[in-house]
Design a protein around this ligand. Structure first.
Ligand code: AGP
Length: 612
């Protein structure tokens, strides 16, 4: 989703801004732009399409300056076009914006009556005109911005420059992520620290309501007009590693990183055959008190939550509900005392998940209902981690491909650790089962590695999907969410229409779709549902459907005509979902590559969905 980079330095800033935008490409965008101030002049360049187009234009026109802002736009208001691309300007003010100004229509009318002419269909342009107008009364950029911010409704991050104060950049964070990169004699802003890693590894993470005045040698942060301090944090080297290495795409690299990512995630919690005593120790009292868990998440993270529901109820007998954040936040659910509200998110910045969390916190406080909040998240510096009572990090490292892969497997690993921990505290987990699961968790990275060896076989099968229009994914129990996840992966990167179903639902509708042209992917681990799943496979075969089965090596399922079988190494049934998502990730990846789509940045999608 839209990306912001800005900075002020002694050196020319345009190359830093362009490199920053390239590093934000993974977020998804349709146009890009940059504005710099050079000898009292505002110079702007905007282009539809990839950042490389912008880079070429910037080079061709020798755009240079010491102060600048840049942006990748993901269209919300107004189609992708040069006019709608940021930065937007009004007089000598330029603005980049991430998020949505919800009351822009009303502000636009007011500004039009004052004589301001709009050159775009965006909501952002109102901010440029408002600041320009405020500067006529208050000729100081910081004060002008402070005076207009209370008028903006919605979620936004802003970067603003003005030719009359060429030594400062003003930034605002209200509902959309924004960090400050702290340099030596130069300072920067960005919506993601990854954009600034070539210039610094020291960051200040802004909070909601922060307004910042950035100069070459100073950073001032204001909340409600009062100057405050925020700590500078240094990133370690592991977080800063984000290159594709030998892989053709980030997605493939991230699929192959899963054994390590899962290993890292479990190692933070486990000793040889037990949970570390200090693992989530701060939450011991809370875990003893909770009566149920309510999981809230979006997309892939929601699918991880669905798996956790099975685990939580079957392994430790604790009621667990799961809901998509965009629904939960608007349906005014009853808040039950002693619920653990668990948000799952790779980014920790997903607008719907954060809004649902904040809504629960606000309503519980209003009604004096005791609740607890927790995040399972991959970004230690995210809003979600800051705003919850407890957190458990997935140590997947930066995930750049839009399609979630290692974030998902590490979320599952983290969720299982959480189930074990709560079961241990509540004494609802049989010791022998706990031992079995811990053993299986340690074994998981090895099984993941073995599963990845099926890559060539899966590549071969993927050629059979290239011409298809539709595809079904079927699973049962904990593999129903994996079927949903498989369908999500295939549709988002290959653009083939795919549906995931609980296999037991086949006869209740989707079987009508099955014919010679319908590939049906089956997830068939060896568990108590296997015989029932075999019947479902027969139902598909009888109707001429072509089966692609990912089956346990001991499941007694073998290839036949129009029945392709990839054998998956044996694994504990509790952890099978962590393993069985790998073949569907690989299948989706190879189908997408063969269809020639943009695997890491699929059309219309963004990595971090920071607007509703
Ligand atoms: C799936 O591949 C997507 N990346 C998407 O569904 C994602 O899981 C969703 O947008 C939620 O993101 P989050 O985990 O960062 O909150």
């Amino acid at each position: 989703m839209c990306g912001i980079v800005g900075g002020i330095a002694e050196r020319n800033i345009t190359e830093i801004l362009i490199e920053g935008l390239k590093r934000l490409e993974y977020r998804g965008y349709d146009s890009a732009g940059v504005a710099v101030i050079n000898q009292g002049q505002l110079l702007r360049e905007r282009q539809v399409g990839k950042v490389i187009n912008l880079a070429d234009a910037v080079a061709a026109h020798h755009l240079q300056g010491n102060l600048g802002i840049a942006h990748t736009r993901w269209a919300t208001h107004g189609k992708p076009s040069e006019q709608n691309a940021h930065p937007h300007a009004s007089g000598n003010v330029a603005v980049v914006h991430n998020g949505i100004i919800e009351n822009y229509q009303e502000l636009k009318q007011e500004l039009q009556q004052l004589g301001y002419v709009f050159s775009s269909q965006t909501d952002t342009e109102v901010v440029a005109h408002l600041v320009n107008h405020a500067l006529k009364q208050t000729p100081d950029l910081l004060q002008a911005v402070q005076s207009i911010v209370p008028r903006l409704k919605g979620a936004y991050a802003l970067g603003i420059v003005w030719t009359e104060q060429p030594d400062e950049l003003i930034a605002v964070r209200e509902g959309s992520p924004l960090v400050i990169g702290v340099g030596i004699g130069e300072n920067f802003i960005s919506s993601d620290q990854l954009a600034l890693l070539p210039v610094t590894n020291r960051f200040i993470y802004l909070e909601e309501g922060d307004i910042v005045r950035l100069k070459r040698n100073s950073i001032e942060i204001f909340v409600n007009g009062q100057a405050i301090d925020r700590p500078v944090k240094e990133l370690d080297a592991a977080v800063t590693n984000s290159s594709k290495g030998e892989y053709k795409h980030f997605m493939l690299k991230e699929i192959f990183e899963q054994p390590d990512a899962v290993q890292q995630t479990i190692a933070q919690a486990l000793d040889a055959d037990t949970l570390k005593p200090d693992f989530l120790a701060k939450a011991n009292q809370t875990f003893a008190a909770i009566q149920q868990i309510q999981i809230i998440a979006c997309g892939t993270s929601y699918h991880a939550g669905m798996v956790a529901k099975y685990w939580c109820e079957q392994i430790i007998g604790l009621p667990c509900h799961v809901e998509i954040a965009s629904e939960y936040r608007y349906r005014h659910p009853v808040i039950v005392a002693n619920t653990l509200f668990l948000c799952i998110s790779q980014s920790g910045e997903t607008a719907d998940s954060l809004a649902a969390l904040r809504d629960i916190q606000r309503r519980a406080k209003q009604k004096h209902i005791p609740i607890h909040t927790m995040a399972i998240c991959n970004v230690s510096t995210s809003s979600m981690i800051r705003e919850t009572d407890f957190h458990l990090l997935t140590l997947a490292g930066p995930e750049i491909g839009v399609a979630s892969t290692k974030a998902f497997t590490t979320q599952l690993a983290a969720l299982m650790l959480l189930v074990l921990k709560i079961g241990e505290i509540k004494q609802t987990l049989a010791e022998s089962l706990k031992q079995d699961i811990i053993k299986a968790l340690w074994h998981c990275p090895k099984v993941l590695n073995e599963t990845l060896k099926n890559d060539t076989e899966i590549l071969r099968l993927s050629s059979l999907f290239v011409e298809k229009q539709h595809c079904l994914f079927l699973g049962r129990g904990t593999h129903f969410p994996i079927a949903l996840e498989g369908a999500l992966k295939l549709k988002e990167i290959s653009y083939i229409h795919a549906e995931g179903y609980a296999a037991g639902e086949l006869k209740h509708g989707p079987l009508a779709l099955v014919d010679n042209d319908m590939p049906v992917v089956i997830l068939a681990p060896k568990d108590e549902m296997l015989d029932k799943l075999k019947s479902n496979m027969e139902e598909v075969q009888t109707r001429g459907g072509e089966l692609f089965v990912f089956a346990d090596e001991h499941s007694d399922i073998h290839a036949q005509d129009r029945k392709h079988v990839v054998h998956i190494p044996q694994v504990s049934e509790w952890l099978a979902p962590i393993i069985y998502c790998v073949p569907v990730q690989l299948l989706s990846y190879h189908v997408a590559v063969l269809r020639g789509t943009d695997v890491d940045q699929p059309r219309n999608l963004a990595k971090s969905v920071t607007v509703e």
